[in-house]
Design a protein around this ligand. Structure first.
Ligand code: ADA
Length: 581
């Protein structure tokens, strides 16, 4: 399963899942002599016996039967993390970053048997890698999200964006629609010409056809500059959809937006997006959804599981959501990277608010000065925003968790990235999680100020006093008057460790700290949202996180296997009470 709904009726697609052949090429940490495996994709190498601590290079291979002569597009939704792709023995792509999808277009393919190979490396590589570094989460090896093969025509639908626009006068929704058509052959500027091309849009029972010729067009068409590599066009229009109902928190209403590309009287390509109608606004300290105040409350969540690594099956994702809902949550923060589309699809369906963030955690200025930092972040931001644009659940974009937002160099990095994101999507607010207490200089760049705080765990200032002091200081910065989200707080507990004296790392102590933090934060009017660190225990890099028992960050309210710790019931009681207010 690639997505939570069918994305094409015309374009033929196929998931390249199932068993792939995998061979260990080089690396360390293996406690098995075996080198060759058959493994299920999506999957992590670390799930295989004896490879739990593997770091290195693997070769993945499978045969692919091409069933239609012509152009083939491969989409890799997530490969961790340095990747080379080969098709019939020839290198066709390089990719960096486990958490961004990428595509490979293969022109003029013959029907029949082909060979798809990937060489994937999760070795630390200081030269190349600015974002995947030893950290408080694990960088696994594997084809960790689905792979899709599609047969595409010369010009094809690259993406479709729907922006809900509230019509104040008529009290109903309009749909701002943008469709990007790409020319897969790159270099044939005329391929969008011809007097007979059109786009058919279907939404909420309405169906309309728009001409998109160069000479004569309906709606607004922008041809990208053909001389500098822009090989496409973006079509824009607004559809009135007065019957559309709003997408609300925990009360989701979703619609299919069907887009078809027509040449003459033939439909040559299509794309289906699932959309929801809602608007997010910031008014003073309030975060509004459809004009009403919301209070996002939930957890930070890593995609991690002792059995599956970061390649969670969709059933496990759905179970995570069931647990979040059981605890009275309405929101989740995708720490610290863009998430699997299937998880976001589920959040859309359940009506869960998502804070989605780019990939980075805890980088200091020196690390932000890495020669690849800017380009790797820019790629991550672009893919995250353009590909995840239609998820109604995403209400805020986050970037650069706990990076150097207190230095002038850091400030400019944040500024550049927010500018990029706002240009791609002006409709959503932006934020970042700061731990630069009393010295952050970047709050002027955000719509929502967010702070990570650990009173009771990393220091002993009472939680109420800690956030009051922080708030007093924020009011002296450019963050004054903006909503404040407490984007991380929590405490560690080793699952199953109980202690009468309620010492640190016991489940009892975690419960005490969580109660004290939640009671203090939820009782303060100026707090506009809370995210507990964290939902489940996650695997960390043992190279640097030496103070983490079991090589895990144990601040989960459930352990890696999702068994509840004592704090589960406490959070449930408090979050459910808060939800009723
Ligand atoms: C930070 C960080 C998290 C995690 C947490 C902790 O706030 O954002 O990734 O490392 O601290 O457990 O200390």
């Amino acid at each position: 399963m690639v997505r939570g709904f069918k994305t094409h009726e015309i374009r033929r697609t196929e998931e390249l899942g199932g068993l792939w052949e995998m061979e260990i090429l080089e690396g360390s940490g293996a406690v098995t002599q075996q080198k060759e495996f058959s493994m299920m994709i999506p999957g992590c190498v670390q799930s295989l016996p004896g490879l739990g601590n593997f770091r290195g290079k693997c070769h993945f291979m499978r045969r692919v039967e091409v069933k239609e002569e012509g152009r083939v597009k491969l989409t890799f939704f997530g490969v961790s993390f340095l990747t080379e792709v080969f098709w019939d023995g020839e290198k066709v792509a390089d990719h960096y970053n486990a958490y961004t999808e990428f595509e490979v277009i293969l022109p003029r393919q013959k029907r029949g048997d082909h060979c798809l190979e990937l060489v994937v490396d999760n070795s630390w590589n200081e030269e190349i890698s600015a974002l995947h570094i030893p950290n408080d989460y694990q960088s696994y090896n594997g084809i960790t999200r689905p792979v899709e093969l599609a047969y595409i025509p010369d010009s094809y639908i690259d993406w479709v964006h729907m922006t809900p626009v509230w019509n104040e006068t008529l009290n109903c929704w309009n749909a701002g629609i943008e469709v990007r058509l790409a020319d897969a052959d790159c270099g044939r500027p005329d391929s969008f010409g011809g007097p007979d091309r059109s786009l058919i849009l279907e939404l909420c029972g309405k169906r309309k056809e728009y001409r998109i010729d160069k000479e004569e067009t309906d709606g607004d068409v922008e041809f990208e500059n053909e001389n500098d590599g822009g090989r496409g066009l973006v079509f824009k229009t607004v559809m009135e959809v007065p019957e559309a109902r709003s997408w609300e928190v925990l009360r989701s209403t979703l619609y299919l937006l069907k887009v078809q590309l027509k040449a003459g009287d033939r439909i040559t390509d299509d794309r289906i997006e699932r959309v929801g109608f809602r608007r997010v606004e910031i008014k003073g300290r309030k975060i509004l959804l459809n004009g009403r105040r919301i209070f996002p409350q939930g957890f930070c969540r890593h995609e991690d599981h002792p059995e599956y690594g970061c390649a969670l099956p969709v059933e496990e994702m759905a179970r995570d959501i069931a647990l979040l809902l059981d605890m009275g949550c309405n929101s989740v923060r995708t720490t610290h990277y863009p998430n699997d589309r299937r998880f976001l699809d589920l959040c859309d369906e359940y009506g869960i608010l998502v804070w989605e963030e780019n990939h980075a955690r805890g980088l200091n200025e020196e690390q932000m000065r890495h020669r690849n930092f800017d380009v790797q972040c820019a790629e991550c931001n672009e893919v995250m925003v353009t590909r995840h644009y239609n998820h109604p659940s995403i209400y805020v974009w986050g970037i650069l968790n706990e990076c150097a937002s207190e230095t002038s160099y850091g400030y400019h990095c944040y500024e550049r990235q927010f500018r990029q994101i706002k240009a791609l999507d002006p409709s959503r607010p932006v934020t970042f999680s700061s731990c630069r207490n009393f010295k952050d200089i970047s709050f002027g760049l955000v719509d929502i100020v967010s702070m990570n705080v650990y009173p009771g765990w990393y220091h002993d200032t009472p939680p109420g006093k800690w956030v009051d002091d922080l708030m007093e200081w924020i009011e002296t910065t450019e963050g004054a008057g903006k909503p404040l989200i407490l984007s991380e707080f929590g405490a560690g507990a080793v699952y199953g460790f109980h202690d009468y004296s309620r010492v640190k790392w016991s489940e009892e102590r975690q419960e005490d700290i969580l109660r004290a933090q939640l009671e203090a934060f939820l009782g303060r009017d100026y707090v506009s949202g809370t995210y507990i660190w964290q939902f489940c225990d996650n695997r960390v890099s043992e190279e640097i996180m030496r103070q983490r028992p079991n090589t895990r960050n144990n601040k989960g309210i459930v352990d890696g296997y999702r068994r509840p710790k004592l704090a589960y019931a406490a959070v449930k009681e408090i979050y459910q009470r808060q939800q009723k207010l």
